[in-house]
Write a protein that binds this ligand. Structure first.
Ligand SMILES: [Zn+2]
Length: 461
């Protein structure tokens, strides 16, 4: 409900300060869905005119596709706009820029897929950064208030880095932010948590899980006073979430972010059923990645975002590659005017196909493997055994875990997809090797990939 109240507040103040939307929306005590859509439609019309006037990329794209910006008047016209692809941003980021370099306050340069994807640049003005902080405050405000100390396990960077922006959001809700960074050891984190009285830990799911396991060797985490773990950057399987909740005796909340869309995009609903997103600044569509038509409610599709207020670098119908689905129906949290989507478990470019079109993606085996409490992390590679493809798992176990490669392989044989492929003779039995401690330790936000080595192995053979 908190996010909904926040959105209503933004819409109301938008109505007071901005004559465009005010002309179309009647301010009331609590805007319903129709009012939210009318408000967003007015912002969309303005964003399209702005992009056409100031970005050479959109000027050319509209000319090529025969779009006249003044014809886009509301959300119902969104589908007429062409898509923006990630490659477009990677290839020529400066063509998206709507202002002079002097008006840019910060540039984020990053890679989103593994370490091999294209490097992208995203530009922000001071106003853009202010809106990012505003949503960070709304997101952290769903779990933290004035009495809280938020311990941030993200890389400690320069002004307007992700950790810094989050810290400003934390300060905006009256809580205290501590940027602990990612280079600290478990004893150092413990010392900080005790000294500063941290009540919320914020960080990437994988590294925080690893830290939890390391802390268990030093203390009883449930006695540290932490009430919330706020996890970001990757899908958190149910088994892992239960394990974290049990160990810390606290709530686990997750968040979905994307640098291009302002880092923070969506926050898990307080009722724990999907994600509400920043509808004050973003429109979301979910499309069938093949037909490019809207996915039916409840059906899987690709998330496509449109920025509504971006000054430096508007992005219209930006295809993220992330796959999710709308969750239809009223939300158990009571929100009446917010949309909701499911957790993102896979990305378009992280899907590898084997056998007769069976899809493998990096989190596919989470529920089976993380149900073994000794498994700290894993990676999957597709290799080959003669003519047949094979899945090779590299597993990192906890120091004292008793699991054997043999027992893990046996569990993997029980996975429905593995069973199906083995039964049809379309795959060799999976290989499992145990990796040394720390082999899969990462501090960065790069998303996991399934590495496909089949072609390379074939070339060598
Ligand atoms: Zn909800």
């Amino acid at each position: 409900m908190f996010l909904e109240q926040w959105l209503h507040g933004v819409i109301r103040s938008g109505l007071e300060n901005d004559p465009g939307p005010r002309a179309r929306v009647q301010a009331g005590p609590a805007p319903g869905r129709a009012e939210v859509v009318r408000y967003q439609g007015a912002l969309l019309a303005r964003a399209v005119r702005y992009a056409a006037a100031h970005s050479s990329f959109y000027r050319d794209l509209f000319r090529k596709s025969g779009i006249r910006p003044e014809e886009i008047r509301g959300c119902a016209d969104l589908g007429r706009l062409p898509f923006t692809r990630q490659e477009d941003v990677a290839r020529a980021p400066y063509r998206f820029l709507c202002l002079s370099r002097a008006q840019i306050e910060r540039v984020h340069t990053f890679v989103t897929s593994g370490t091999t994807g294209p490097r992208k640049k995203v530009f922000w003005t001071r106003g853009d950064l202010g809106r990012i902080v505003r949503f960070m405050a709304a997101g952290i405000g769903t779990v933290a208030g004035r009495q809280d100390v938020v311990h941030i396990c993200l890389p400690d960077g320069p002004p307007y880095s992700q950790a810094d922006l989050l810290g400003r959001g934390v300060a905006a809700v009256g809580a205290r932010a501590l940027v602990a960074g990612t280079g600290r050891s478990a004893p150092e984190h413990l010392e900080w948590i005790r000294r500063h009285g941290s009540t919320v830990l914020f960080g990437c799911a994988g590294p925080l899980y690893r830290l939890t396991r390391e802390l268990e060797a030093l203390c009883d985490p449930s006695r540290c006073g932490v009430r919330v773990l706020f996890l970001t950057a990757e899908y958190v399987p149910a088994a892992r979430r239960r394990e974290l909740e049990r160990t810390w005796k606290c709530r686990v909340r997750t968040h979905y972010g994307l640098t291009e869309m302002g880092l923070g995009v969506a926050v898990e609903c307080e009722a724990g059923h999907g994600y509400h997103f920043n509808e004050a600044d973003l429109l979301l569509e979910i499309i069938d990645p093949v037909t490019l038509e809207p996915a039916a409610p409840g059906e899987e599709g690709e998330l496509v975002f449109t920025t509504l207020n971006r000054e430096a670098m508007p992005l219209l119908r930006y295809r993220t590659g992330d796959i999710s689905r709308w969750i239809p129906g009223p939300c158990p949290c009571g929100a009446r005017s917010l949309l909701r989507f499911d957790a993102v478990r896979k990305r378009r470019e992280s899907i590898v196909t084997i056998g007769a079109g069976e899809e493998i993606h990096p989190t596919l085996f989470d529920d089976v493997l993380y149900a073994l409490p000794g498994v700290l992390d894993y990676r999957v590679e597709v290799t080959r055994d003669g003519e047949r493809p094979r899945l090779d798992f590299g597993i990192e176990l906890l120091p004292k875990a008793g699991d054997t490669a043999h027992a893990i392989a046996a569990r993997l044989h029980g996975h429905p997809l593995v069973r199906r492929l083995l039964h049809r003779g379309e795959m060799a039995p999976p290989g499992v090797s145990l990796l040394p401690p720390g082999a899969l330790k990462t501090a960065d936000r790069a998303k996991k990939l399934v590495v496909d080595r089949r072609d390379r192995l074939k070339a060598r053979a």
